[in-house]
Design a protein. Structure first.
Lengths: 178, 178
DNA sequence: GTAGATTGATTCAAATTTGAACGCTAGATG
DNA sequence: CATCTAGCGTTCAAATTTGAATCAATCTAC
């Protein structure tokens, strides 16, 4: 392997902008969610994902894959949210291994209260700053990068077996600003 | 406050692409760093930042601000890295409150070994996928967003007093792919 | 100068995250 | 059918992160 292809100045700018913007934005969103609704960012994302899925439910592994989170971490958070009544577990009749996380009515209600402010913040801090062309570049460029990383080698398999328990095709983008 | 300005389809695509690409990429980078060098992502970033600063040192608060991390979290990590000899603390003669984190020669050497693979991964998974126009859009659009969030209201102050202890202007972008 | 307010960093307990086992079931192979 | 492999979710201990105190030192206004 020859010489490293270092980043040029514009790539360095892009890289720091990417990581810094993400960190700052995510931090703001978390602060707001915690302060106003006692929710963590992950909890919001879980609810947003579930809200967009058929019957408002997803299998644990599928959900973990969609959120890019570890399985054990998801188990923990679903446990917390179950205590709070935001989510409920349901086991799958046809496959005793599978567990579904289901968004409760209470969870849905909280999500609907939290979503407006959340989305508004994303808009103010991100989309109001970007030109339409830049929005498209994000969607296209980063979308393609994400797709390749999700499939390509090294991806933590989330193997989508089309088992009889239903199951969503991976691309369910929630309406409530997942 | 009237109605919520929800995200349109392209904005939703951009938002999920942004968050998902970041999560996937960051996870890959962390796995690689941990496996090959026993480093966490944060530790790498700390070293990369320090390596680009004058005298390879920064004040704790300044560093925390640059990394978008809590002060207490940084205290912990610097403690860990000090044990490993990657970093060393130095107190400021003219201000007894201030503490500098200094990258040691050993730390610098490790960074130089880790950087090529790190940067190469970023290139493969991100920049090789993006068009030059998309790179520019990231740099410009997200750069502007980051700038506003860093300054605008709600920013966790990192007040840059130009005290006699030296101190870097906030924008030191490290060469080693911070 | 001195009280009072601010800033810099650390400490501490609680919450969360991580990754490697573990137990269990479904599906494949013989 | 018996066994073997692989997938799913959980558990567990260790590591990390968080945020609210805390302690000390600087700066401000009297």
């Amino acid at each position: 392997m020859g010489h490293t292809r270092w980043l040029n100045d514009e790539e360095k700018r892009a890289w720091t902008a990417f990581t810094t913007a993400h960190a700052l934005l995510y931090r703001r969103l978390e602060q707001r969610l915690k302060r106003d609704f006692g929710l963590s960012g992950l909890q919001y994302e879980i609810m947003a994902r579930l809200s967009g899925a058929p019957d408002r439910e997803m299998r644990m592994a599928e959900l973990a894959g969609a959120l890019v989170n570890s399985k054990s971490g998801l188990t923990y958070q679903i446990g917390q949210m179950e205590k709070s009544g935001l989510v409920r577990r349901r086991s799958c009749p046809s496959d005793d291994r599978a567990v579904f996380a289901v968004l409760t009515d209470e969870g849905m209600a909280l999500l609907e209260r939290a979503a407006p402010g959340h989305v508004e913040t994303v808009r103010e801090l991100l989309f109001d700053v970007l030109t339409p062309g830049q929005v498209r570049a994000l969607a296209d460029g980063l979308g393609e990068a994400a797709r390749r990383m999700a499939e390509g080698p090294g991806a933590t398999r989330a193997a989508d077996d089309g088992s009889g328990c239903s199951g969503v095709g991976a691309e369910a983008t929630a309406d409530l600003g997942a």
